[in-house]
Design a protein around this ligand. Sequence first.
Ligand SMILES: [Mg+2]
Length: 303
Amino acid sequence: MFKSAIFNLQEASRDQVQEFLNSFDTVLSDCDGVLWINNNAIPGSAEAMNYFRKLGKKIFYVTNNSTKTRSEFAIKAQQLGFIAEPEEILSTAYLVAHYLKGIGFRKKVYLIGSSGIADELKAVGIRHIGIGPDNVKPDFKSMTTAELDPEVGAVVVGFDEHVSYPKFMKAASYLANEECLFVATNTDERFPKSSSIIIPGTGTLVRAVETCSERKALVLGKPNDYVRKFLESFGFDPTRTLMIGDRCNTDIEFGIRCGFQTLLVKTGVTSEKDLERMRIERRPPVPDVILPKLGDILNLTSS
Ligand SMILES: [Mg+2]
């Protein structure tokens, strides 16, 4: 109803807000920057998500964050006040495991990533190596093929705080075999900021492996529409689905590609300055509606 309008819902009439709330049955929400930042809930977000559920909406938490399993995310969400079940969490760690299982992958994964992906792979019976530190030795350039596992048939790249030069060497060497699959969780440049320190995101690692392997990764996280394919098994209607995000080039782009309605909140990556530029330039991807924070929706319905 507000297609690409960047319309501030706070300026809508009560009837328009009601019409908006009636226009979707499924709510997909990004997590970091919309619901919480690090381990702190954004005020009002839990109440808003729980309110959508009370209205009978189907809820999914869709996060590019690959560091946790679905169960771990559900526990985190619950601890921060959200009603959430593991089945409602669509994290990229889970999507990687779901994808590889779906194509009947039986070989081993070389993983640049963390325990979230490792545990999800294990849960679907896929073997993996590579997790944890792989420190640089003084003679690292003399690595031989003896250090490569012939059973590896896929390289998966997600967030890995232990990323190192030997890991890039191994990933690129496995990927020199054209039959080796190359899958990445997401290409986010940075984590949402809670201070002036920049935390490089998984995109930093994916681009590095793409560069040294001279190949392009299949990226399963937003804005790729793999989640939509995944949700089709639930028989949902894309036109009656709302995607909530804090970031235009992942969340909103994803929503537009999938034919969803989109709501951008200003508690994460996309700033007021970015929004001003969007209003002037009208350059896609622009959201349908915006709110300063997700919890503000409650003030519009209870007045
Ligand atoms: Mg976010």
